[in-house]
Design a protein around this ligand. Structure first.
Ligand SMILES: *[C@@H]1O[C@H](CO)[C@@H](O)[C@H](O)[C@H]1NC(C)=O
Ligand SMILES: *[C@@H]1O[C@H](CO)[C@@H](O)[C@H](O)[C@H]1NC(C)=O
Length: 164
């Protein structure tokens, strides 16, 4: 039963990612609640770490209990959840297994309206679009950035060597 519930949950969250992309592509977000990316594009090498960052509008009196977040990678026509917060609580079971143990969030930054996710031991498969949607007090907004991870130079050289 538990297993079934978890896979249903994962399916549901992949659907959210898909809908989220549609919303980003079709709407022009306006209003007082915004999500921004601090960098639109990241370049990194395999096995290195990067820290992705989004900022969102905060109010001093707002509790993190009202905060829900979903961040996903869209790559190879697939959706992978890397970070999920529901009512201020991080849900690690929502995370796709490709990211398990590789994403570290910064809880202090979150309170200040910054989503900081350190992604470690980068793989070339981590390349793609990263979207985060933030929901709070019935408002939502989202933003995305692009990450490209290149193969390690040593490995490239080896591959070239193999070809000779
Ligand atoms: C990458 O992050 C991991 C885990 O936080 C850390 O142990 C490691 O030293 C970092 N590596 C680099 C190259 O920064
Ligand atoms: C988002 O970006 C806009 C335009 O650069 C800026 O005016 C606004 O303060 C930013 N908001 C947040 C929460 O980062």
């Amino acid at each position: 039963m538990q297993q079934e519930y978890v896979s249903l949950q994962l399916f549901y969250e992949k659907m959210i990612c898909r809908i989220l992309l549609l919303i980003i592509l079709t709407s022009c977000v306006s209003g007082s609640f915004v999500v921004n990316v601090t960098q639109t594009c990241y370049q990194a090498e395999e096995n290195h770490n990067i820290t992705l960052e989004w900022t969102f509008t905060t109010k001093p009196d707002r509790s993190t209990r009202s905060l829900s977040i979903i961040c996903c990678l869209i790559a190879r026509h697939e959706h992978f959840v890397l970070y999920r917060v529901i009512h201020g609580v991080e849900l690690s079971k929502s995370q796709d297994k490709t990211f398990s143990g590789r994403v570290q969030s910064d809880k202090d930054a979150l309170r200040e309206g910054r989503i900081r996710l350190q992604l470690s031991r980068l793989r070339t498969d981590d390349s793609g679009q990263y979207l985060c949607e933030v929901n709070t007090d019935y408002r939502f907004s989202s933003a995305r950035c692009r990450v490209s991870v290149s193969a390690q130079r040593g490995r490239e050289r080896n591959r070239e060597g193999e070809g000779e």
